[in-house]
Design a binder for this molecule. Sequence first.
Ligand SMILES: Nc1ncnc2c1ncn2[C@@H]1O[C@H](COP(=O)(O)OP(=O)(O)OP(=O)(O)O)[C@@H](O)[C@H]1O
Ligand SMILES: CC(=O)N[C@H]1[C@@H]2OC[C@@H](O2)[C@@H](O)[C@@H]1O[C@H](C)C(=O)O
Length: 393
Amino acid sequence: MRVIGLMSGTSYDAVEAAAADLVLRGDVLVMRPLGHLSVPYPGELRELIEGFLPPSETTARAVAVLDTGIGRAFADVAVRALRELCGGEADLVVSHGQTVYHWVEDGTVRGTLQLGQPAWIAEATGLPVVSDLRSRDVAAGGQGAPLVAMTDALALAALPGTPAALNLGGIANLTVVAPGAAPLAFDTGPANALMDAAVRHFTGGALGYDEDGRRAGAGRTDPALLRELLNDPYYRRPAPKSTGKELFHLPYLLQALDAAPVPEPDDVLATLARLTAVTVADACRAHGVTSLAVSGGGAHNPVLMGMLAEELPGVPLEASDALGLPSDAKEALAFALLGFLTVHGLPGAIPSGTGAHRAALLGSITPGRSPLRLPEPAAGPPRLLRVTGEPVW
Ligand SMILES: Nc1ncnc2c1ncn2[C@@H]1O[C@H](COP(=O)(O)OP(=O)(O)OP(=O)(O)O)[C@@H](O)[C@H]1O
Ligand SMILES: CC(=O)N[C@H]1[C@@H]2OC[C@@H](O2)[C@@H](O)[C@@H]1O[C@H](C)C(=O)O
């Protein structure tokens, strides 16, 4: 089955698309990635999203405008992916949409909302669309995140020791596969969310992120600010757990800076990079991680990666590309894989990761132009992911 995965993460900078051919052979899921695209959101749409996200208040009209705007932006990217990555032939689109609110209370996820009306994607491509992949896991008592855990766990399954996969987006998430144990997965805390908020604040909105970690690299960690930030109870909470920009936003940082003032912006950035490195390293140590496959935008920040290596001596770090999953496409590929599982009647969530009381079938399906025809349900779930550059059928 040829599947297009679409994703925009908590940094809400671009729509990521990845296509793959997928086939289940016994308990091996074989994936042939066909390439990926990263298409920046149109400027006005990005500004609308920015003005809409917490801690802003919003209106029902704004929800409708964004649901349509994001759905249309995803549809444009799906059409391009179909043409440019798939030679015009695909069977399914899987759309994560844009998370606008992840509703967490006392560690319990009560709801989660991703916008990007799938009807636009189905109408533009003619293909069936799997969307809203998180809600069913939440309804089954789970966090609804992290969902890349399925792909990570299948990709890490054959590796020795206790391998883990780390994604450094706005928020950092970790999947740990210890021998003989069910996979664990959780958000460790902010990856780039606070750094991006700080750069935007210090540059009056002129810059969106600390390119190549230059500012963090020029600054020094401030121990008092780091202590203040590490005081957040989120880090001490046991897994399963998930978080988002509802917590880690600019007012949160400004409050920490009130308690522990730091006059030099570059020192703030150095401290925030250190916060990410320390919280990821603590999480890795707590679960005995012996190797780490890193993906997401933060993998492009050499200062952050250097700090992470310092905090985790003896743990080899490599890009997820070594597992066959290109670092910038991993999340979009992971959602393509989840949609494939859904249409084959297989659960996409891992209860030991999300905390759900059962492994639920994820998503809602919007029919394409033809009557909806689902494949025969698969005989059993995959245990291993094999990524190949060769044709799979
Ligand atoms: N060259 C670079 N130098 C420093 N940071 C970078 C670089 N490239 C990307 N980043 C960081 O990566 C972020 C985007 O990462 P990514 O696209 O993986 O996040 P996301 O998918 O939106 O988030 P999430 O995974 O939390 O949903 C940028 O906002 C920036 O902070
Ligand atoms: C609610 C939501 O959108 N969560 C995202 C977010 O961004 C990173 C982290 O927090 C992760 O838990 C999740 O996304 C990834 C793709 C996931 O579900 O695995």
